[in-house]
Ligand binder design. Structure first.
Ligand SMILES: Nc1c(C(=O)O)ncn1[C@@H]1O[C@H](COP(=O)(O)O)[C@@H](O)[C@H]1O
Length: 163
């Protein structure tokens, strides 16, 4: 099945964060592909990936990186696909460096920036589902189911002392 979401990350060390993205995409039934691509370490590969993604059927790119996280912004500079940036929680500055590197794009080249770490990784997948849901009713329905279940789970467990 053609991947609709491309998940890229600056290093293998980001996988513990971006695996949450892929887990959620899989749960929603959205075909995806995963690859390590770095603006810093493999700039030519990044340009090639960003330039060719749309032609291969990718409709949303999720890019996670930590520290001097230029990957999402440089990716957005080379494609017109929506790019969702996930700031990976870095060890030294706790991901604030990643967040600020990703969020402060100059006007004209947007990156939709998520929260630092696991929450951002999960939400990137949900946001991708929202975007794709405008075109694919099955992803819209899967997202609605997920949200409805989430709401019901909270309503069914109102006592915070219960496990
Ligand atoms: N921020 C970037 C980019 C990039 O933006 O192109 N490439 C790698 N990195 C980040 O460097 C951190 C440390 O990487 P290593 O663990 O490989 O040393 C990772 O969080 C990665 O996303």
């Amino acid at each position: 099945m053609t991947a609709r979401v491309g998940v890229i990350m600056g290093s293998k060390s980001d996988w513990s964060t971006l695996s949450h993205t892929v887990e959620m995409l899989d749960k929603l039934g959205i075909p995806n592909e995963v690859q390590v691509v770095s603006a810093h370490r493999t700039p030519d590969l990044l340009f090639q990936y960003a330039e060719q993604a749309e032609g291969r059927g990718i409709e949303v790119i999720i890019a996670g990186a930590g520290g001097a996280a230029h990957l999402p912004g440089m990716c957005a500079a080379k494609t017109h696909l929506p790019v969702l940036g996930v700031p990976v929680q870095s060890s030294i500055l706790s991901g604030v460096d990643s967040l600020l590197s990703i969020v402060q794009m100059p006007a004209g080249v947007p990156v939709a920036t998520l929260a630092i770490g696991k929450a951002g990784a999960i939400n990137a997948a949900l946001l991708a589902a929202s975007i794709l849901g405008n075109k694919y009713p099955e992803y819209h329905a899967a997202l609605k189911d997920f949200r409805d279940n989430q709401t019901q789970t909270v309503l069914d467990n109102p006592d915070p002392r219960d496990a």
